[in-house]
Design a protein around this ligand. Structure first.
Ligand code: NI
Length: 169
């Protein structure tokens, strides 16, 4: 099932999500649906709150479905260490057509639980490090525009407001 993606402006995107407690068939179904939703939207990451479900769960695939072994599921993720700095452009499926240079670490290690509840750690570089940080942020109610300058953020907020008024958001 493909979920409609919740857009910026909805409360669910800006609150702390609830921890995942049950690692059951329902969770497996949600994860499968989140991958389907992410691929349909040509994204490389999707967090449960973007489907309207306030759970600490996200899916990532920086190969956009080209390599099945690149599928990553993170339940209750935490960034435990970071290294270096980059400032490449970043976007978010909840802020369609909006991109901004966003500071992120070059390398990031995330600790999370897998779909069965087993704890693991994984270190990513460049785009993967960015995805770990971006998606973990989502689960804490933080959007990427929080990391950019106030000036740029305000201009994005104005643009979104205008589109909301016009019924285009
Ligand atoms: Ni996002």
């Amino acid at each position: 099932m493909i979920y409609p993606i919740v857009k910026y402006g909805q409360e669910v995107l800006e609150i702390q999500a609830e921890p995942v407690i049950a690692f059951d068939a329902e969770l497996e179904k949600l994860v499968a649906d989140m991958f389907e939703t992410m691929y349909a939207a040509n994204g490389v990451g999707l967090a449960a709150p973007q489907t309207g479900i306030s759970k600490k769960l996200c899916v990532i695939d920086i190969t956009s479905g080209e390599n099945p072994s690149a599928k990553i599921v993170l339940a209750n993720p935490e960034i435990v260490s970071t290294e270096g700095k980059t400032g490449l452009e970043e976007g978010c499926l909840s802020l369609p057509d909006i991109r901004a240079k966003t500071p992120r670490p070059k390398r990031a290690t995330v600790r999370a639980q897998d779909i069965h509840g087993n704890t693991f750690s994984m270190t990513g570089e460049d785009l993967l490090a960015r995805a770990f940080c971006h998606e973990t942020d989502h689960l804490n109610g933080i959007l990427f525009i929080k990391h950019i300058s106030m000036l740029k953020r305000d201009s994005i907020k104005r643009k979104v407001k205008k589109m909301m008024k016009a019924g285009e958001w």
